[in-house]
Design a protein. Structure first.
Length: 201
């Protein structure tokens, strides 16, 4: 009887946890950020392999600032690079989502789709699944009509995700961020535009 009670409590807690998600895919839940994410997000952003295609790893102070920026973006715009979890376990795996970008280029200002996942979550199709679901949410729920995504020329894994969700390459540019290493300056820009009458998924 005790075991059954514990199982019921476990199921109840899981339902309470999953209700925090703004939307879900088959395996993933997407939500705004909370303070409890700091430890795991710090570990992710200090991993040299995860940050290979970014300017550098981030300090705890920089991670805190980034989390605040992501939270504020959600409050201001109604979307962000979402904190992302595996539905079955509620394990935090990183971020997948959308953000307004207005750095100087031929392709911006625009809504960018991006992702950053911890190594443990690599190779399982989470980035593609999450990006596809975010795209559907952007078109069907947020009313957005154009999404871009960028990556440096060496980041073939991210480029493959862009291709898999139907984005098309529209150009190459030098990213204007001053802290990006010279060898990572050249970026591809991919784009997808919602067609008239299309539901996105």
């Amino acid at each position: 009887m005790q075991g059954r009670f514990l199982k019921l409590e476990e199921n109840k807690n899981q339902q309470m946890n999953t209700s925090q998600y703004i939307f879900k895919s088959k395996r993933l839940g997407f939500r705004n950020w909370k303070n409890e994410d700091f430890k795991e997000f710090s570990l992710l952003n200090s991993d040299v392999d995860v940050m290979e295609h970014f300017p550098k790893t981030l300090s705890k102070k920089e991670v805190k600032s980034l989390m605040e920026k992501l939270q504020n973006h959600f409050l201001k715009k109604g979307f962000t690079y979402y904190a992302t979890e595996i539905l079955e376990t509620q394990e935090f795996i990183g971020m997948i989502g959308l953000a307004h970008q207005d750095y100087k280029s031929d392709f911006t200002p625009a809504i960018d789709m991006g992702w950053r996942l911890k190594k443990k979550a690599w190779g399982k199709g989470y980035a593609t699944e999450g990006a596809q679901r975010c795209l559907e949410y952007a078109f069907n729920e947020l009313g957005l009509t154009r999404i871009i995504s960028v990556c440096n020329l060496k980041n073939t894994k991210s480029e493959n995700v862009m291709k898999k969700i139907g984005m098309k390459k529209i150009g190459v540019f030098d990213h204007p961020d001053g802290i990006i290493r010279p060898e990572l300056k050249k970026h591809y820009c991919y784009e997808i535009v919602k067609k008239e009458g299309e539901t996105g998924g």
